[in-house]
Design a binder for this molecule. Sequence first.
Ligand code: AMP
Ligand code: TRP
Length: 327
Amino acid sequence: MKKRVFSGIQPSGNLHIGNYLGALKNWVASQENFDNVFCIVDLHAITVPQDPKILKQKIREIAGIYFAAGIDPKQSTVFVQSDVSAHAELAWILNCFTPMGWMGRMTQFKEKSEDKKENVSVGLFDYPVLMASDILLYDTDEVPVGEDQKQHVEITRDIAQRFNSIYGETFKLPLPVIPKAGARVMDLLEPTKKMSKSDDRPGRTLPLLASTDELRSAIMGAATDSQKEIRFDLDRPGVYNLLEIYEGVTGLDRKEIEAKFEGKGYGEFKKDLAEKVIEFLQPFQKRYRELTQNPDDIDTLLQEGAEKARPIAEKKLNEVKSKVGLG
Ligand code: AMP
Ligand code: TRP
């Protein structure tokens, strides 16, 4: 029996190289060795305001991106979270076993709610419980995500353990799997901040569907520093970030990359990086354009995915309901 992998991405904003290196790339690379479930988490997306038309488009866009990146619907179950109602139902039940204090400590919630106060929804606060439900419904062994999601996988384990300790062994405890390179790709202009898909100011991110001109100009304009050597040095966040992207898209090791640019200037390094990113994204973008010519095909794949996911999720939900004494 293969181990189960579960992961998801929210259908909002523009997916960028950080989402690719932090998440998608690793899903594809280990696809054959696992039983994979990949979700488009639209219920998570509505924890902040969304335009309904755009949300619908983004769900298809993310599906297209999953498939274009190499997720194979024969090896992986790909579906939309709101198509399987067990996710929302389990989230409600787990809400009743999750202390408020645990949620209040979540860094992502603190960051996202910092300057909003009155406008923060209960859903945003509860986001990690819904994520725990996603993961726990499928007896997940591993959750491949970027660094920012590690805390949410850890709280998932805590919620599972608490439930198990009250009702007996019910949920498997999942492990977060964080990649070596690209776990936290930074904003190109402010490299002390995470590259964010909801930030659409030009020059800050490298969107997976961007034109070559856009990619080139963002890389050429990326922040560096006043030093000269091109080395992996965490104290120099701009250069470190660009080198990490180089490592992620070429697969070369760090020593090789440093040797390649020894004695060279930032201009030359950035030019080469831009070419490597473009070379890397072009075949992906071509597949994306081909796949999205027939949006109905994507819808069919998503429906088939939901049909595969639903019985697994419902079985676990029924077990939970019966243990709790519901229904
Ligand atoms: P999100 O963009 O929040 O829906 O995240 C989707 C996936 O991409 C999650 O696994 C994140 O951890 C990962 N991710 C998001 N932003 C970055 C980033 N800047 N660097 C690396 N991984 C990221
Ligand atoms: N919270 C994740 C993010 O923003 C997305 C997500 C939702 C997820 N449910 C999940 C990731 C389950 C892994 C497993 O990136």
